[in-house]
Design a protein around this ligand. Structure first.
Ligand SMILES: [Zn+2]
Ligand SMILES: [Zn+2]
Length: 223
């Protein structure tokens, strides 16, 4: 389970050091917008851990450069510069300064930029990209693995539905039936299960699969 409270506390500690005098309130407002968004919290944590000197810089906004299959290319925009990060539930990688462009060929390809020049052409300023919306408000993103509507879940995502029984794939027993095994213990079992699953056809993410939280219910009508 991702510990949001702990992460926010840790970011706030780092901010005490990094944020220039007089800007703490604004910096905290941004943290508050993303309080339940593991992707943005990861970015803020990374930024404040490594980039600013004491009292020198703060993240004013986060913009979305690209998003695909649970991978987010984000810009941390500060009064000084815009910094690019590649973030997923698996981790975060700093990619450099936006105006200098991306260097990593694989990342450029993955997000559909033909070349480094194309990227630089299209990203002259961070304002060209939309504000990154917190994930907990975006129904088109799987809350478990951050796949977008129509994309396949990451294998092991608790939101993925089982194509045999319609239950939650990580909890139902279909995998044992399909493999004819008592347990899934080895890497080979998992690979073999993934093959059987692909043949059957996996169920991509769609917003109806979102778990219903108690506070999203119809509520009690008081007359
Ligand atoms: Zn998912
Ligand atoms: Zn099942």
């Amino acid at each position: 389970m991702y510990d949001y409270t702990e992460k926010r506390r840790s970011i706030r500690d780092l901010m005490e050091y990094a944020v220039p005098e007089g800007w703490m309130e604004e910096a905290e407002d941004l943290l508050d917008i993303y309080r339940n968004d593991a992707i943005a919290l990861e970015l803020l944590h990374e930024f404040y851990s490594y980039l600013p000197e004491a009292g020198s810089d703060w993240v004013r906004e986060i913009r979305l450069i690209g998003r695909r299959q649970g991978m987010f290319l984000l810009a941390a925009v500060t009064p000084v510069n815009s910094y690019v990060y590649l973030v997923s539930s698996e981790g975060i990688e700093f990619q450099g300064i936006l105006a200098e462009g991306l260097w990593d060929r694989d990342i450029l390809d993955f997000f559909g930029y033909g070349s480094r020049d194309t990227f630089r052409e299209q990203s002259r300023s961070a304002e060209r990209f939309g504000i990154y919306e917190p994930l907990d408000s975006d129904r088109d993103i799987c809350p478990g693995c951050h796949a977008a509507t129509g994309e396949l879940h990451e294998l092991g995502c608790p939101v993925e539905l089982c194509p045999w029984c319609g239950g939650q794939l990580v909890y139902c027993s279909c995998r044992y039936d399909q493999l004819g095994a008592e347990s899934l213990s080895s890497e080979e079992d998992i690979i073999r299960f993934e093959e059987i699953l692909d043949r059957r056809g996996r169920i991509p993410y769609s917003p109806e699969q979102r778990p219903a939280y108690p506070d999203e219910g119809p509520g009690v009508l008081i007359e």
